[in-house]
Ligand binder design. Sequence first.
Ligand SMILES: [Zn+2]
Length: 264
Amino acid sequence: MTSYFSRLSLAIVFITGVLASGIASALPITKTATINIYQLCDNAGANCAATGPVGDTYFAGSTNNIWEQAGIIFNFNFVSKINSSAFLHINDSVTGDSFGDLQLTYGGWPSYTSIDLFLVQTITVDSAGHRAYGEGWLGVGGLVMGMQDIMGFNGGLGRIDTLAHEIGHNFGLQPSSLGGVDWHSTNPNNLMASGSIRSVPTTLSDISPNGLGYDQLTLAQVNYARQSSLLSNITYDTIPEPTSSALFAIALLTLGVSRYRKFG
Ligand SMILES: [Zn+2]
């Protein structure tokens, strides 16, 4: 009896915890978005921005792992290198050298059907010289990643959820519109917490729903993101229906029998 009762209590605690946190469980993958990648190099085509860690190029694996919570998978499409010393280190406080100028010049602006991803060395956001790991538009497909700072994070392992976070902004995730107080969630374990407070996974096994459970999305965030025009529905190729195959086999068998009779 004691054993039965403790098991029952454990189950109730578990269910209550899931409901209270509102964490989305994994959905079937039914939506996709294309990420068009541009890699910045200097004028001579050297000193190019990094493309991510070994085994996780563009952070594609970690990004797909995070967004699986919302039933979304990304198609990573390398477009080109861009030789531009000016845009290799962007500065948002300098006219002509901002992220907006970069996407306007080389990408598709404004893009509502795909995501432009620019890999640069550094992102300076103001005249005081403050740097950012990444920047992304709210509700428009475009983001930039400062690969020098991103790859230097966590002893060289890299910040593996910056791309997923900025994509969230591209999908229109601004927690104030979802009951928050500003652009970001105040929960450090939520994907849409700002980089200054967010718990950053070290490995894929830290990502929700596994391990440490970082980079969570709430059900409200999932539902909101899935409405984005950047996404299209995945259509699956179908195999022949068993009934059709069976009928075809029967037809062949009948043909074989009639031939046998003809030559017999
Ligand atoms: Zn943000």
